[in-house]
Design a protein around this ligand. Structure first.
Ligand code: MRU
Length: 389
């Protein structure tokens, strides 16, 4: 298999440390007490590295979507607890103060379950921590955990890429090497994870193997994760792609222009329902009507083993109406928000929707591909399934 490298942020020295792969979150080279991220609000117009120096910066970055995407939200929460440990770790009530911070971070975005997963994982480590030497601190312990979460996430994305590649290979064989047209929604790419992405990982692997692949990128209103992030990172990696408005997918599917849909997910129930960016459900319906495979790529960290029924039990985030009334972009030399709506218009801004498992052809995980069902997930993750409440 070809070696996979993603090359985002070309020329950005903060990310181009010798021999290191791209990352979406990292410690500042000359000051490890500062955590750095890419301010994703500014892409693709500007590549701005943003410093997190205290845990409140992490909470802001998550809620205002400087970082976004379920796995990166979880990782940012873990690094925010490290920042809290730097501040409170050596104080008398340090552990409780860090737990209070975890509770606040847990409120920042309700749908992506990776947030709770990462916070719970770090708190378990905190509870088990024994400081038996002056050479080790709570901050050291939480730093190690945040690093481990990031390293594991990269390996998980790699696993998803390896398994998802087989689907693309099979379609490529059937099409005698003609480009495989993959439609994706939102950004479940490198920028949403630590590297490689979930929905994009099979695409990057296919591209690295020399398989002709072309991606239809949904614009993804209101925050335009498709046009501003997915299109940017595919271009950075040389993957052929075409941007479309959100409502174009059904038309393309009716005319044989889509071979496969792959999206990400923010929360997957143990029975295989998936919550993803608003509009995903409509793509699944269109794919179902046109007999096009609709796959969801997910790290096991997005499985919520405590719930069955996504429509009933997954909290759907509602965000600020300003996201609907405005569009951010370039006007001449200026970067600005433009208002597109009359001021007396009522707005609703549901950020996610749930696609029931019956419309999902399969789930691409780091352990393999399975049916979107309790049985499918239990086969790949027997231990977690056995412990499910
Ligand atoms: O609101 P966002 O940008 O955080 O939503 C992101 C998505 O919906 C992604 O598809 C999902 O988090 C999967 S990321 C691998």
């Amino acid at each position: 298999m070809a070696k996979l490298t993603t090359t985002l942020g070309k020329g950005n020295t903060a990310l181009r440390k010798t021999g290191e792969e791209f990352r979406t979150i990292w410690q500042k080279q000359d000051d490890p007490k500062v955590v750095q991220i890419i301010d994703q609000r500014k892409l693709p117009h500007e590549y701005v590295v943003h410093d997190l120096t205290k845990w409140q910066d992490g909470a802001f970055a998550i809620s205002e979507m400087l970082v976004r995407g379920a796995p990166l939200i979880g990782a940012t929460a873990a690094w925010s607890l490290y920042l809290a440990a730097l501040e409170y770790g050596a104080t008398e009530n340090g552990t409780n103060a860090i737990k209070d911070v975890a509770a606040t971070l847990g409120e920042t975005r309700p749908t992506a379950v990776n947030l709770r997963w990462a916070l719970d994982r770090v708190i378990r480590v905190l509870d088990a921590a024994t400081i038996d030497s002056a050479d080790i601190s709570l901050a050291d312990i939480l730093e190690a955990e945040a690093k481990a979460i990031c390293e594991e996430d990269v390996e998980i994305s790699r696993g998803i890429g390896i398994h998802g590649l087989e689907l693309i290979k099979e379609i490529s064989r059937r099409k005698h090497g003609q480009p495989v047209n993959v439609l994706t929604h939102c950004n479940a790419g490198s920028l949403a994870t630590i590297n490689y992405g979930t929905a994009t990982a099979p695409i990057y692997f296919a591209h690295a193997e020399g398989i002709a692949v072309h991606v239809w990128v949904d614009e993804t209103r209101p925050r335009n994760q498709g046009s501003q992030l997915t299109a940017w990172e595919l271009a950075e990696n040389g993957v052929p792609h075409t941007l479309i408005v959100d409502n174009a997918g059904g038309h393309l599917m009716q005319h044989g222009m889509v071979d496969l849909v792959i999206t990400g997910t923010d929360r997957t129930t143990r029975s295989g329902d998936v919550a993803n960016k608003i509009g995903t459900y409509l793509k699944a319906l269109a794919a179902h009507d046109n007999g096009i495979p609709f796959y969801v790529a997910l790290p096991s960290t997005t499985i919520d083993w405590t719930i069955d029924d996504g429509l009933r039990d997954i909290p759907i985030e509602e965000r600020n109406p300003d996201e609907v009334t405005t569009i951010y972009g370039r006007s001449g030399e200026d970067l600005c928000f433009v208002n597109t709506v009359a001021s007396n218009t009522n707005i609703s801004n549901f950020a996610f929707d749930v696609t029931p498992a019956k419309y999902v052809t399969g789930l691409i995980t780091e352990k393999g591909i399975c049916d979107a069902s309790r049985n499918g997930l239990s086969t790949l993750f027997p231990d977690a399934a056995a412990n499910a409440i």
